[in-house]
Ligand binder design. Sequence first.
Ligand SMILES: [Ca+2]
Ligand SMILES: [Ca+2]
Length: 250
Amino acid sequence: MIPAGSFQMGDIQGGGDSDELPVHWVSVNAFAMGRYEVTFAEYDRFADATGRGKPDDEGWGRGNRPVINVSWNDATAYTAWLSTQTGKAYRLPTEAEWEYAARAGTEKKYWWGNDIGSNQANCSGDYCGDSFEYTALVGSFAANPYGLYDTVGNVWEWTCSEYESSYNGKEEYCGSGDSWQPVVRGGSWYYGPGGVRRTVTGTRVTTATSMWGFASPGNALIFNAFTLLRGSGGAPQYGVVGAAPLLNFF
Ligand SMILES: [Ca+2]
Ligand SMILES: [Ca+2]
């Protein structure tokens, strides 16, 4: 479980984009979150069970690679299916929950410090000292202090919150409606050190519709994946019926 707490959200260290401001305090309740980005193995099981089409792996392999080419609608459908399978309520994290989990109590640009270092994450080219040209198997690098992997880079991760040009409260809630833009966080293998800073939000805006439309090999927009969040008991939106936890949760 990620413990409840308060943290400073946004561009604490400076040098980021205007939509990472203002830095502000946010309190979050305790929650469970997947240790890994959702994998092809996990998503394909969902696709098989529901007759849904399987996303293209670009020829990079499936299994324990993070699922790619999934829209926000796909990710949300997966959480709904998982909820029916387990009797527990799963949803995507809010942007605030995501950042709180990714920071894991730290205030630097990356959870390990202000320098990208070497072989700490999968980003573009040689910038991060990793050996992966495209996606890496989930968990290929050290976990952050909360036990979460690949919060920096590898694949972008969908949140349920609506994008705003500056923080004004929507980061603490899930968005809704017909036309809104969900936030993605964390950068991907396609971006350099600046693009995988956990506070980077410049490319976080997208919609499920445009994801489908622009998904093609070599397009940066294909690299969105997601992690999952499971609520603790007690909150009304969460299920409380016990079920075997999935490998990806703790
Ligand atoms: Ca790489
Ligand atoms: Ca990631």
